[in-house]
Design a protein around this ligand. Structure first.
Ligand SMILES: C[S@@+](CC[C@H](N)C(=O)[O-])C[C@H]1O[C@@H](n2cnc3c(N)ncnc32)[C@H](O)[C@@H]1O
Length: 268
């Protein structure tokens, strides 16, 4: 299996994570770069938060998006109006392009869903020409997403049967400090640099926070629906209290931090 990502459709993705990946994309692009004339591959392009932004930054020659999920690729194609952008189903661990086909590979919020992320880095290294750039970003799921941690810590405190779920949700591949940098160096990339990218996740009220969370991607929604209704109500009420923190319901804003790493492909 090359992906642990559980999809609930393109609309579900956009409501749960796409709204935040659209905020992260410009910061990641500032870090990763894009230059006139380049051929760029967006690995794990999803519904196109990053892919569709690239031509605003540079007069690129082409952007190829690949994603494991055919339905995301379809959603991206429907949104796209730029003939230089194409997208296809494909696996980051077996990228469907030959050696040195690209000047740059970008990979946003994907490597933490790949059970063998080193394989994906090696594949990007293969399809990018010597001297080209590879850049990736993943959420700091353990220490950099207070909106998610608030949910998981509350959940595990009141419902012990969920204890085994918190670790996998918060400790994902490539998300611990320096882990992605070490993987890039081990793969042979040169001039590897790391940065922290920060956005804010803004919610209109508790419902805006809660509904995407329980309807979003992942096994959580499926798991919650297996619990007795009284337990589900208790969980929702406890998370609501944490969200409100003794203030009236309404907007809340949470910082959200991602690791970003880039490196240069060495000569072959
Ligand atoms: C959180 S989404 C990020 C999507 C997009 N890059 C964005 O930032 O909006 C994670 C994406 O990684 C894709 N993905 C996970 N494993 C993959 C793999 N092995 N190959 C290609 N795509 C993969 C998923 O299908 C999903 O679209």
């Amino acid at each position: 299996m090359s992906s642990t990502f559980i999809s609930k459709g393109a609309d579900g993705y956009d409501q749960f994570m796409g709204r935040w990946s659209r905020r992260l994309a410009p910061l990641f692009l500032d870090f990763a770069g894009a230059a006139d004339g380049e051929r760029i591959i967006d690995v794990g392009c999803g519904t196109g938060s990053l892919t569709l932004l690239i031509p605003d930054r540079a007069n690129i020659s082409a952007v190829e998006g690949i994603d494991y999920e055919e339905q995301f690729v379809d959603a991206l194609r429907r949104r796209n109006t730029d003939p230089r952008i194409t997208a296809r189903q494909g696996d980051a661990c077996a990228i469907p392009f030959g050696e040195s086909q690209f000047d740059r590979a970008l990979c946003m919020l994907v490597l933490h869903f790949v059970p063998t992320p080193e394989r994906a880095v090696a594949e990007m290294l293969c399809v990018v020409r010597p001297g080209g750039t590879i850049a990736a970003t993943v959420w700091d799921t353990f220490g950099g997403m207070p909106s998610q941690r608030m949910f998981w810590d509350t959940l595990t405190a009141i419902e012990p049967s969920t204890l085994g779920m918190r670790g996998p949700a918060l400790v994902k591949p490539m998300t611990s400090p320096g882990e992605m940098t070490r993987a890039f160096v081990a793969a042979g990339l040169e001039q590897v640099t790391e940065a922290t990218l920060a956005i804010r996740m803004d919610f209109a009220n508790f419902e805006d926070y809660w509904i995407p969370l329980i309807n979003g991607q992942g096994t959580l929604a499926a798991f919650l629906s297996t619990l007795p209704e009284t337990v589900q109500d208790r969980i929702q009420s406890a998370v609501r209290q944490a969200y409100l923190s003794e203030q009236p319901d309404g907007p809340r804003s949470f910082a959200s931090v991602a690791w970003a790493v880039k490196g240069i492909v060495p000569g072959r």
